[in-house]
Design a protein around this ligand. Structure first.
Ligand code: SF4
Ligand code: FE
Length: 493
């Protein structure tokens, strides 16, 4: 099979028996559910752009495993150019969707698991790397979307996995059989989990010998027996279910998606196991996946930032305020912050290096600096966007008011007439355009899309403290002390 079209991707999801729950009930037709469909449309863009001649050079690449053309989202990076193209591709997708397009977690897990399994096999004589190569070949040949699942519920944070009063707080092996293992546990806030074909599970922290049964990585299909998902709420999400609210939603076509993914005694055949008790490699897998995903944010959040900056500029223009020097300066500041994030994404990519397995890995220190900046700059970009937009983005009446023919005025004016009269701004700008930009900004600054642009910037790919730990580890303070001693004339130890 060659690469799928967007339509083929959406249809392929219907063939899955994925168990999805929302508001306390199972959702049978989750593909067409109005609260889920925008997130499916978003992933579908990763397929659509690959088919578009304008973008296919960036979106597609030759597989290092099969020599066939594949979607870059299923690729093992072969060079620093590949790493940079990954970031550019993510910026493009952010620009086209203004949302989290979800498919990156799979791409980042492919690259982390590929290089880690190579090193596990070299140390233990296991065959996880071959298992993984066969799995990834199947993924590439069928152009699948795969969820990269890392974050366990973690229970009492002061305790290791084996010390938890409930062993399920970290995904773990409950039974070892000749033909595979049985696993239990869950992964929280899993991006793109419902609309992925397969999942790759990885440990979430470094582990020691006592945590052996928790040091496990494997792949399983989304509709594996014993697996189910409980859909996460987003701010203002039920607007998507309202009639005549496509403007009020702010971004009617696209959105992100997170769910709690539960494994209730799921059987994993040997061929899909990538780590099974080799606890000393759990930390390597975590660090590599997190590093790639911290690089990713230097692309996806920048693309969404481009749309936010454009929306703020339009809001000013519709008000007739675009020539004000204060507005111009705020747009400059937003651009400066956004491009700084892109620079970090590119910098950790061009400073990348080959792993022992041969695929390319980003510079870990710079990737962590990238994500640390992402925990801050989008908040400032959003603050400036809100500043420029004005209070209307949170006080505007509903879309139904703007089209209402209920008479309220002394001269027979309708609610619609009144809304269109008083919310008009610059001559020649339809009030509806203003409405659309205000609602878009509401959506991305504090509505459903704020999950992807704000809180995910803080906590996605690891919370700020996780990056600071890595920066401390990679920062080489000892080396810097030696530099200072040499300049200051203090003898080296
Ligand atoms: Fe991709 Fe960004 Fe979403 Fe992560 S947060 S899956 S990098 S779009
Ligand atoms: Fe994310």
């Amino acid at each position: 099979m060659s690469m799928m079209t967007a339509e083929q991707y959406i249809e392929s999801l219907r063939a899955l028996k994925t168990r999805v729950y929302m508001f306390g009930e199972q959702i049978e037709n989750w593909v067409d559910h109005p609260m889920i469909r925008p997130s499916i449309n978003c992933v579908a863009m990763t397929y659509e752009l690959a088919q578009n001649p304008e973008y296919s050079a960036l979106m597609t690449v030759t597989s290092s495993l099969t020599g066939k053309p594949i979607n870059r989202f299923t690729h093992l990076h072969q060079s620093t150019d590949d790493l940079m193209n990954k970031v550019k591709m993510q910026r493009l997708l952010g620009q086209k969707t203004a949302s989290c397009f979800q498919r990156c977690v799979g791409m980042d897990s492919f690259n982390a698991v590929y290089s880690t399994t190579f090193e596990v096999d070299a140390a233990h004589g296991t065959h996880y790397h071959e298992n993984f190569k066969s799995f990834l070949t199947m993924v590439q040949d069928n152009d699948l979307t795969v969820d990269g699942a890392m974050t366990d519920p973690k229970g009492d944070r002061s305790k290791a996995p084996h010390e938890q009063s409930d062993a399920d707080m970290f995904v773990h092996i409950v039974e070892r059989r000749a033909d595979g293992i049985v696993v239990c546990g869950a992964k929280c806030h899993q991006t793109g989990s419902v609309n992925s074909h397969w999942h790759i599970f990885m440990p979430t922290i470094s582990m020691n010998e006592a945590d052996k049964d928790w040091a496990v990585s494997f792949a399983c299909p989304s509709d594996a027996e014993g697996m189910y998902m409980i859909y996460g709420r987003q701010s203002c999400d039920t607007r998507k279910t309202e009639e005549d609210a496509c403007i009020d939603v702010g971004n009617a076509k696209f959105g992100g998606q997170e769910a709690l993914v539960v494994l209730d005694h799921v059987f994993i055949p040997n061929e899909y196991i990538f780590l099974c008790g080799e606890y000393e490699f759990a930390g390597m897998m975590v660090e590599r996946f997190a590093g790639y995903h911290r690089q990713s944010y230097g692309g996806c959040k920048v693309g969404v930032g481009d749309v936010v900056i454009g929306a703020a500029a339009l809001a000013a223009e519709y008000n007739g305020a675009e020539r004000a020097s204060a507005v111009k300066d705020k747009l400059i500041e937003m651009t400066h912050l956004n491009e700084t994030l892109f620079s970090c994404g590119l910098a950790c990519s061009c400073q990348g290096h080959a792993t022992k397995a041969g695929n390319y890995q980003i510079d870990l220190l710079l990737a962590n600096v990238c994500k640390q900046n992402v925990t801050r700059f989008p908040y400032e970009i959003v603050r400036l966007a809100e500043d420029i937009a004005g209070g209307l983005m949170v006080t505007l009446p509903s879309q139904q008011d703007f089209t209402s023919d209920t008479v309220v005025g002394r001269s027979g004016e309708t609610i619609g007439d009144i809304c269109n009269k008083f919310f008009a701004a610059r001559d020649g700008v339809p009030t509806e355009h203003r409405q659309r930009i205000m609602r878009f900004l509401e959506n991305v600054c504090l509505g459903a899309a704020a999950v992807g642009y704000r809180t995910e910037s803080m906590h996605g790919a690891g919370s700020p403290q996780a990056q600071r730990i890595m920066i401390a580890r990679q920062g080489n303070i000892q080396g810097k002390k030696q530099l200072a001693k040499a300049i200051a004339g203090i003898p080296a130890e």
